[in-house]
Design a protein around this ligand. Structure first.
Ligand SMILES: NC(=O)C1=CN([C@@H]2O[C@H](COP(=O)(O)OP(=O)(O)OC[C@H]3O[C@@H](n4cnc5c(N)ncnc54)[C@H](OP(=O)(O)O)[C@@H]3O)[C@@H](O)[C@H]2O)C=CC1
Ligand SMILES: CC(C)=CCC[C@@H](C)[C@H]1CC[C@H]2C3=C(CC[C@]12C)[C@@]1(C)CCC(=O)C[C@@H]1CC3
Length: 347
């Protein structure tokens, strides 16, 4: 589909531009809905890989928010050329991007370990298990056409390249930009290895990729705050979406919903609905980015009575590792660029 067919009207300078990746379903779509309710004067750009799904999501939003200024953008964050082309299109459309929600994400073919679940249930690890899913899931992963690990490319590197290619429209003098990563409570230091940061060797690519976003957040703040670009990380809690429907089918989630409501009395991380899960993402939309702590994660929480609120917790990240990882990503960016120069693959 040609870019003109899906692009909305050019956003005027007065309107704040909010761009959301993975905006056609789950947390991304709920975020778009809530941000439009918060401020109907924004220009919303829904960045999606499937334009049919994106059109359907846009129509849904326009029903609930008639007159909202929404455009679509095609991007596959799992493909380098697609990211570069999308960034070029964004630079042409907008003079400034105010909010960049890096939300698109995948967990490939998750396997649930019933044995680990039952043994954690009877141990002191039970709260950590329900909060983070630690030890319960393993996943598959494969290579992209660019020769990178799919989960790393989609959840981390595609978004990193997007930021790098959007530099001219992010954070100008007197006009900050805020980047918000949808990370996860499943992010775990022990699943991440600097010498195998794409996680080609292990079976916890999701956990590794989410820890990588936490590290990258620290690196981005170090290198970009002086240029007016600020980065934050959010954990939406456990939310029932297409991603979790890859773990259990929807019918099974429906059957255990009463148990999950019960667990929510003791654990605020069972946000469950996409609306609840976006609480911290929406809260960040209302904050001054300069006032945020780059070393903390913002958590969406839901109480046993169903009330939403935001808490924060310190990230398990050290500044040196974050810097080494940041430099590794720059090297990888250079390597991929060199490869495309040699092969002439600029499609
Ligand atoms: N659900 C949960 O419990 C939690 C989710 N998260 C994170 O929240 C984010 C949103 O996930 P969620 O809403 O749960 O799941 P969904 O599967 O509903 O949403 C994921 C979105 O990302 C898009 N996406 C996936 N791959 C690509 C790609 N290569 N290029 C562009 N878009 C892509 C999907 O598009 P398409 O429809 O075309 O597949 C979809 O719009 C993810 O980053 C996830 O890791 C974090 C913590 C908990
Ligand atoms: C009785 C009951 C509620 C069983 C569900 C057990 C598990 C399937 C879940 C317990 C904690 C969940 C969890 C996630 C997936 C499902 C669980 C492992 C995530 C890993 C989903 C994606 C994330 O980003 C974080 C979630 C943390 C908690």
């Amino acid at each position: 589909m040609a870019a003109e067919e899906v692009a909305g009207p050019r956003a005027t300078d007065a309107r704040r531009v909010v761009l959301v990746t993975g905006a056609n379903s789950g947390i991304g779509l709920a975020l778009c809905e809530r941000i439009l309710s918060e401020d109907n004067q924004i220009h919303l750009c829904m960045a999606c890989r499937n334009m049919q799904k994106a059109e359907a999501a846009k129509s849904e939003l326009q029903l609930s928010h008639p007159g909202a200024d929404i455009s679509l953008l095609k991007i596959d964050v799992g493909n380098i050329n697609s990211v570069i082309q999308a960034a070029q299109e964004i630079r042409q459309r907008y003079q400034h991007v105010d909010y960049l929600y890096l939300n698109a994400g995948i967990m490939l073919n998750p396997h649930f370990s019933l044995k680990a679940f039952l043994s954690s249930l009877l141990s002191r690890k039970v709260f950590t298990m329900f909060q983070t899913g630690e030890g319960l899931l393993t996943q598959e992963d494969w290579l992209t056409d660019d020769g990178l690990q799919q989960v790393f490319m989609t959840n981390v590197f595609g978004h990193f390249l997007l930021i790098r290619n959007l530099e001219p429209v992010l954070g100008q003098a007197g006009c900050t930009s805020q980047v918000v990563w949808t990370s996860s409570s499943n992010a775990r230091k022990s699943a991440f290895n600097l010498t195998d940061y794409q996680h080609s060797q292990g079976q916890e690519s999701y956990s590794s990729s989410k820890y990588a976003t936490d590290l990258l957040n620290v690196g981005l703040n170090k290198h970009y705050n002086s240029k007016g670009l600020f980065s934050s990380v959010v954990c939406p809690g456990l939310v029932l979406t297409n991603l979790t429907y890859g773990i259990f089918p929807p019918v099974l989630w429906t059957l255990i919903t009463p148990i999950m409501w019960l667990i929510r009395v003791f654990m605020n991380s069972f946000t469950l609905s996409p609306y609840n899960g976006t609480e911290a993402l929406v809260w960040l939309f209302t904050q001054k980015p300069e006032s945020l702590d780059p070393m903390v994660k913002y958590l969406s929480c839901t109480s046993g009575f169903g009330n939403n609120y935001v808490t924060s917790c310190k990230m398990d990240v050290d500044v040196e590792t974050a810097e080494i990882f940041y430099q590794e990503l720059l090297k990888l960016e250079g390597k991929m660029k060199e490869k495309s120069d040699v092969t002439g693959d600029h499609s």
